[in-house]
Each structure stands twice: as structure tokens, then as C-alpha cells.
Design a protein around this ligand. Structure first.
Ligand code: ZN
Ligand code: ZN
Length: 385
């Protein structure tokens, strides 16, 4: 058996080192190098530069063709850290405020432990370290770079620390666990002109005002009550003088959903409403609708397995509802069955939430996360009779 306790102190030190040297999405050069070096030192086959700065460690044992992928994200956020910790960020405006430093070392620790003792493994484990989770789609970049062709995964799992859950609690659910994030940008164009001669213009501001009201009917009238969908208009721009009707106006905002059918319906209604605005106000409209992160949808079997396995290393809890925030592991789950799992790391009365300048990953949960990765791999790659 591997002495996991002996791995922990160096892993905590490495976590603090990565925390002190955070790097933004697709610029995780140092982080990727540290990871690749540690994987090589553990004796794994290492592949670098996948989807930019992505790294994959490969551990093969036994003769089975079964495979599993375990994923950690590596990037930091463009935030100034305010923790005052001795290992606080040395890079101004860059901070591990989402705990990806912790995710990296939990997965590295699992790779080290499995390399030291691969007993109970019959197949291949792919340790996937991805760049640019925070809004830039690093998972998609790795997939487009052939991730799953080069490193087949029958199943994929990812852990994310979760400050709202108590330390040691592990939660997931079948189906949607994180929301889809879409953004829309609508440009209205018409004939601008003198405010005193409106009949000679197409009033893009009046069209924008009507558009905002109509967009706000979509969730109320076209989404089922159970859908938990959100549409928010967050910008209106147009005009520059009190006596000029502008020939252009812009309306923008965001849509959050958990069900692709609801997401489709919202975009469809938006297009219909915009067509009505064009006809009703004699303007032209251009919609840029960007589904930048899909909903994170867990495979039911993979989520059930994860809950069963979680109970062997911590307190397993079925998450009652998804979170409205989004996650680009969703791209991996679109092409491979698997599950996204929350690892509780709450401490004290009100731990700092993710993306807060006072946040820090809780090192006390490192062992639970490491053991969960190990158990997931050992469960899926257990020798078959
Ligand atoms: Zn984040
Ligand atoms: Zn994160």
C-alpha cells in the first residue's frame, strides 16, 4: 500500500508554490512544467502542449483496454489577492481564487500514489491537466487538439472544491450540476436624424426599449416553471445628443439554463422577438448569440458510481440542485460519459466563496480529494472476472 500520509506534506508545499506563482488561462507555462516534471518523476508517460498548455500523464497497468480520465484545471483568475497569506500571489492582478492550485496537487498526488502502487488497476488512467477553465474554454481546446483520440477515456471525472459544503463532504447529482452560460449582443440599425423630425427616422432607441421589455417576457411566458432559467439584459447603449435620434443602438445580456431544450427555446424566442422588432420599428437587427459554456450534465450512472465511491472516502451527499455558475468540463461531458463532483472545503462560519479576493483552497481536504481520485480510478479499472 502507498503511504499517502507521506505524500501530503510535499503536496501542500507544492500547492503553496503554485499558489504563489499563479498564471492566467493558456499562459500556465510554469504550472504545466511543474506538473510534467512531477509526473515524470513519478514514472508516468507525459504529453505536453495539448490544447495550448495542457498536460496529460498516462499510467498503464494490466492488460485491459478499459480507460478512465481524471481532470484538473490549472489556471488562475485576474483578481488581486487579499488573503495576506505567506504564500500569497507574487503576480499582481493574478490569483488562484478558484482553488485550481488545489485541484492540480490532488490529481498529482493521485498520480504519484497510483504510480507507487498500481495494484487493483487493470487498464489505463489518463491524468488530464487542462488550461483556461475560467471562461476561455481550455477543455474545448484540448478536445479540438485530439485529447480523446490520443487518450481514450471510457469515463471522465473532475473534482471542484466547494466552499459552501463542509470539509470532507462530497456531493454530486445525475443530470445538470452547473448551468449553461450564453451571452447575447443585439445591434439595432436604422436611419438616424433630427429629433424634431422623427417621422423621417427609424428610432433605434424606441426599438431598444421595446426589445428589452419583450426579452423579459421569454422566461416568464416561454420557459416552464421548473426550468430555473435566467435572462438578464445588462447593457443598453445608444445616442450622444439631446437632439439626435441615433441610427444605432445596442442591447446585450446573458442567459443561464440547465436544459439544452430550454436553451434552444429561449434563443428561438429571442430571434422571433427580434424579427418582430425589425418589422414593427422599421429597423434592422443583428444578433450575436454565443453559447460559450454548455450546461454541465452528469451521466446518471457515473454520478451514482461517484456517490457510492465518495462514501468510502468521505461523507457523500446527493446535491439537491445544480449551481447557476458554469464550468467548461461540460465540453468533456458532451463527448464522454462522466461526472463533475463537488468536494466540500468549508471551514468556520462563512468561508470565502470562490472568486473572492480572500478565498484560499483548504489544504485539509487535499487528502480526501486525492483518495477520491484514486478510488474513482480503482473502481472503474477494477480487474474484471
Ligand atoms: Zn472559477
Ligand atoms: Zn474553478
Amino acid at each position: 500500500m502507498t503511504d499517502i500520509a507521506a505524500l501530503l506534506a510535499p503536496l501542500v508545499a507544492l500547492r503553496h508554490d503554485i499558489h504563489a506563482h499563479p498564471e492566467l488561462g493558456f499562459a500556465e507555462h510554469r504550472t504545466a512544467r511543474v506538473i510534467a516534471d512531477a509526473l515524470r518523476a513519478a514514472g508516468l508517460e507525459v504529453h505536453e502542449g495539448i490544447g495550448g498548455t495542457g498536460v496529460v500523464g498516462v499510467l498503464r497497468h494490466g492488460s485491459s483496454s478499459r480507460t478512465v480520465g481524471l481532470r484538473a484545471d490549472m489556471d488562475a483568475l485576474p483578481i488581486d489577492e487579499k488573503t495576506g497569506l505567506p504564500y500569497a500571489s507574487r503576480h499582481e492582478g493574478c490569483f488562484h481564487g478558484c482553488g485550481h492550485d488545489g485541484h492540480v496537487v490532488m490529481l498529482l498526488g493521485a498520480a504519484q500514489a497510483l504510480a507507487a502502487d498500481p495494484s487493483g488497476i487493470d487498464g489505463t488512467v489518463h491524468f488530464i491537466f487542462q488550461p483556461a477553465e475560467e471562461g476561455q474554454g481550455g477543455a474545448r481546446a484540448m478536445i479540438e487538439d485530439g485529447l480523446f483520440e490520443r487518450f481514450p477515456c471510457d469515463r471522465v471525472y473532475a473534482l471542484h472544491n466547494w466552499p459552501a459544503l463542509p470539509a470532507g463532504t462530497i456531493a454530486t447529482r445525475a443530470g445538470a450540476i452547473m448551468g449553461a452560460a450564453d451571452k447575447f449582443h443585439i445591434t439595432l440599425r436604422g436611419r438616424g436624424g433630427h429629433a424634431a423630425v422623427p417621422h423621417d427616422t427609424n428610432d433605434t432607441l424606441l426599438a431598444a426599449a421595446s426589445l428589452v421589455q419583450q426579452l423579459n417576457t421569454i422566461i416568464a411566458r416561454n420557459a416552464p416553471a421548473s426550468a430555473n432559467a435566467v435572462l438578464s439584459v445588462t447593457q443598453i447603449h445608444g445616442g450622444h445628443a439631446h437632439n439626435v435620434i441615433p441610427g444605432e443602438a445596442m442591447v446585450a445580456g446573458t442567459v443561464r439554463t440547465f436544459d439544452p431544450a430550454v436553451q434552444d427555446r429561449i434563443e428561438e424566442r429571442m430571434r422571433q422577438i427580434i424579427a418582430g422588432i425589425e418589422a414593427g420599428f422599421e429597423v434592422s437587427a443583428e444578433l450575436d448569440y454565443d453559447r460559450y459554456y454548455p450546461a454541465t450534465i452528469n451521466d446518471a450512472d457515473a454520478a451514482e458510481d461517484a456517490l457510492t465511491i465518495a462514501a468510502t472516502v468521505g461523507t457523500a451527499r446527493r446535491a439537491p440542485e445544480p449551481a447557476a455558475t458554469s464550468e467548461d468540463f461540460s465540453f468533456m461531458l458532451q463527448v464522454r460519459p462522466g461526472a463533475y463532483i463537488w468536494l466540500g472545503q468549508g471551514v468556520g462560519e462563512s468561508p470565502a466563496p470562490l472568486h473572492n479576493p480572500h478565498y484560499d483552497f483548504n489544504d485539509a481536504v487535499l487528502e480526501t480529494g486525492l483518495r477520491l481520485h484514486l478510488a474513482l480510478a480503482r473502481h472503474w479499472l477494477a480487474p474484471q472476472e
